[in-house]
Design a protein around this ligand. Structure first.
Ligand SMILES: NC(=O)C1=CN([C@@H]2O[C@H](COP(=O)(O)OP(=O)(O)OC[C@H]3O[C@@H](n4cnc5c(N)ncnc54)[C@H](OP(=O)(O)O)[C@@H]3O)[C@@H](O)[C@H]2O)C=CC1
Ligand SMILES: N=C(CCC(=O)O)C(=O)O
Length: 446
């Protein structure tokens, strides 16, 4: 019988320079292995896990574009179509200088389980490029997006592969890519989500990931008779996910005391209220400036080059990037009696940090479950596009909340420990696996 270690050795030796992908796979394999050998012989016989860790398709392409100085720039783009067993490939596009094949394969692999958990018909994929939108003019971003989509459009479609936003890809980038798709394919398709509400976008989609993470946190806290109201919350990031996680916390009566960007974090002990958050949204979404300005404007502390995890809190919500919270940070959270960690970002905790929290039975919501609200609402946008209809904010938010409750329930069903506590990592991985594995069994050897 192959061991989990032997399985991972094969994954690592097959693609030796993909540490982020190996990290994402190892977490799933560790969760699934005992369960598979207890209850999943049919999946073992069909080599489901062996097939899950191999993308169905990977495309890579050159992106040449002209900057404002008239100089030709060259970037590398990708689309990973990881698994389409339960629906068209669905997953974000990341524009960031740290984008590599390994990073996008980890994101695409996580997306397979996340999309399965949403209960909607969406397979898993991810894409992006090593382009840095920061300090680029709108015209440069537009020309890059047009060049990127000129290549990507060969591989996507509303019933094939539907990309969306992620780090560095917001409403502006989605708009430029949608326009280029429409020009080249001469069709108005629901081929991207996160579109503007005037041209097929769903209300609540911008808010959805952050809102959903806090809805999931509410469900976790409720298992211990706790509410997020009056809790102190620390958040990392100050982009799309962080902004709306903060907005939902504030609306529910929690006190948000930190936010960050890649230059450092601000600590506002009085709490970031809705007016201060509106100021941050204008700083980040309109002026595209650094969070340091907040500290100067509101007279609070700024910590350059640091992350917020040593600030005492009840709830921690990492919403920046992968591996932003390591085992030292996890120890700080535990020493400060943090009771709940919810991953708004994808894989923000290192493997050791996850193990540390899990060994202390702290409430820990992994990203594939906790941040699934974004892609779930993308699925709701696809449903509206198919109907050529628009749903109200209230209806979309209600559907989002219901989906987050269902994801939480699925994690509880498959992650209950003997002492009654919930292992959300195991629960999410097993629940996400079953639907995809059954579809793969039914569809034969491919
Ligand atoms: N957008 C979505 O629909 C979803 C996103 N996610 C995940 O949430 C996280 C944030 O995404 P999103 O909010 O959309 O992205 P944004 O680009 O809107 O914001 C990213 C934030 O993280 C910070 N950041 C990015 N890279 C680093 C880094 N290497 N070190 C420190 N800080 C960094 C950015 O700071 P700076 O501005 O200085 O770069 C910014 O504050 C990602 O992990 C993403 O994969 C998960 C589910 C859905
Ligand atoms: N970036 C996203 C959102 C993907 C989507 O909305 O298709 C994610 O789930 O990580």
């Amino acid at each position: 019988m192959t061991s989990a270690e032997a399985f991972m050795d094969r994954v690592r030796s097959r693609d030796p320079n993909e540490p982020e992908f190996h990290q994402a796979v190892a977490e799933v394999v560790e969760s699934l292995w005992p369960w598979l050998h207890r209850e999943g012989q049919r999946y073992l016989d069909a080599q489901i896990l062996e097939r899950l860790v191999e993308p169905e398709r990977v495309v890579s392409f050159r992106i040449a574009w002209v900057d404002d100085a008239g100089k030709i720039q060259v970037n590398r783009g990708y689309r990973i179509q990881m698994n389409g067993a339960i629906g068209p490939y669905k997953g974000g596009l990341r524009f960031h200088p740290t984008v590599t094949l390994s990073v996008l394969k980890f994101l695409a692999f996580e997306q397979v389980f996340k999309n399965s958990l949403t209960t909607l018909a969406m397979g898993g994929g991810k894409g992006g490029a090593d382009f840095d939108p920061k300090r680029k003019s709108d015209a440069e971003v537009m020309r890059f997006c047009q060049s990127f989509m000129t290549e990507l459009q060969r591989h996507i479609g509303p019933d094939t592969d539907v990309p969306a936003g992620d780090i560095g890809v917001g409403g502006r980038e989605i708009g430029y890519m949608f326009g280029q798709y429409r020009r080249l394919r001469h069709r108005f398709d629901g081929v991207l989500t996160g579109k503007g509400p005037e041209w097929g976008g769903s209300l609540i989609r911008p808010e959805a990931t952050g809102y959903g993470a806090i809805y999931f946190a509410q469900e976790m806290l409720a298992t211990q008779g706790q509410r997020i109201q009056d809790k102190t919350v620390i958040i990392s990031g100050s982009g799309n996910v962080a902004q709306f996680a903060a907005e939902k916390c504030i609306a529910l009566g929690a006190k948000v005391v930190t936010m960050s960007d890649s230059s450092g974090f601000i600590h506002d002990p009085a709490g970031i209220d809705s007016e201060k958050l509106a100021w941050i949204m204008e700083l980040k979404n309109v002026r595209r400036e650094r969070l340091k300005e907040y500290a100067e404007h509101f007279g609070v502390e700024y910590y350059p080059g640091q992350r917020p995890w040593a600030i005492p809190c009840h709830v921690a919500v990492p919403c920046a990037t992968q591996n932003e919270l390591d085992s030292d940070d996890a120890k700080q959270l535990l020493d400060n009696h943090c009771m709940c960690v919810v991953e708004g970002a994808n894989m923000p905790l290192t493997t050791k940090a996850v193990a540390q929290l899990q060994s202390h039975k702290i409430l820990f919501g992994p990203g594939k479950a906790a941040n699934a609200g974004g892609v779930a609402t993308s699925g709701l946008e696809m449903a509206q596009n198919s109907q050529r209809m628009y749903w109200s904010r209230e209806r979309v938010d209600g559907e989002l909340h219901t989906i987050m409750r269902k994801i939480h329930a699925a994690c509880c069903e498959h992650g209950q420990r003997p002492d009654g506590s919930i292992d959300y990592v195991a629960g999410a991985n097993i629940a996400g696996f079953i639907k995809v594995a059954n579809a793969m069994l039914a569809q034969g050897c491919l």
